[in-house]
Structure formats: C-alpha cells, structure tokens
Design a protein around this ligand. Structure first.
Ligand code: AMP
Length: 145
C-alpha cells in the first residue's frame, strides 16, 4: 500500500500558516481544525517548517504563557522530513517510529506540497488492510472446507 492511497481516502487539504503568526493563534487553529500539526510556509508558499501541538506544550512548559505571544518561527521544527506518494505506508510507519514524529508532509517531484499524512491516517489504513486480509483468509478457508 502506498501513500497515494491514503491521500485518495483523506484528501489533499493542507492547513498552512506563516511563521510570523503567534503561537496563540496557531494553537487556536490546531484546536479549531482538530489537527495535531500545521505546515509553516513562506509568503511564496514554500515549506519552511512544521509546528505540532508538542511544540506548543514544550514552549509553554519552558517559558510560560508568554510563549503564546511569540511567533511560530521561534518554536517550529525547520528540518522537515517529507515523503512522496510513491513511498509505502510501511516505510512511512518506520520513519515515524524511528524519528518519533506523527506527521509527514507529502511532496511531489518538484518538492511542491501535495498533502500531509498523520499517524492516525497510517493506523486507519493498516487496520483496514488487516481486516480485508482476515476476510479474504476466512473466505478462502470456508471455500476450501
Ligand atoms: P508530532 O509527533 O508530529 O506531534 O511532532 C513531534 C516533534 O517533531 C515536534 O517538535 C514537531 O515539530 C516535529 N515534527 C513533526 N513532524 C515532523 C516532520 N515531518 N519532520 C520533522 N519534524 C517533525
């Protein structure tokens, strides 16, 4: 199963912000959209970072509520790991587990963003795949018996 399958199921919407937005506004956006991370882009649309709810928690834990008035670019992760639609869901799972993050933006050959995949999307896909495999095996066994 490839990443393209996940994007077909969930769509290609990318929630993005610019790095000068405040951490407070970014937090409100995460809460309103019920998501765990946003992509940070420059005014030209290029990927400059990613901010997840974990970054918000770390910022507030380290600096108190004042962190919420500071800009996202002070806390976001700049070195963003990406994948392509041709990568497999297993490869993505391995990357998320090894590098300990739960969101991976998807880019095309020209490095343009085409979607984002979360650990929730990956788990949902794996469960669907496992349920399908079990049904196929059950059919096979009952046909053989
Ligand atoms: P998460 O588990 O996605 O909430 O993120 C945990 C930490 O990893 C946060 O500091 C994020 O900014 C960072 N992070 C999340 N996704 C990525 C990614 N694809 N590449 C690099 N860092 C990431």
């Amino acid at each position: 199963m490839q990443v393209s399958h996940i994007l077909r199921e969930k769509g290609r919407e990318i929630v993005g912000i610019e790095g000068d937005l405040s951490m407070g506004e970014a937090s409100r956006l995460l809460a309103a959209r019920r998501i765990g991370a946003v992509i940070v882009r420059d005014p030209g649309g290029a990927l400059t970072g990613i901010l997840s709810e974990r970054d918000v928690v770390r910022a507030v834990a380290a600096e108190g509520a004042g962190a919420l008035d500071r800009p996202v670019h002070a806390y976001m992760t700049r070195d963003v790991a990406t994948c392509t639609e041709a990568d497999t869901v297993d490869e993505l799972m391995e990357m998320m587990t090894r590098r300990r993050f739960r969101h991976v933006p998807v880019v095309d050959g020209a490095k343009q963003l085409v979607g984002i995949v979360s650990i929730g999307d990956v788990v949902k896909t794996r469960i669907e795949e496992t349920v399908r495999e079990a049904a196929t095996l059950r059919d096979y066994i009952s046909a053989a018996g």
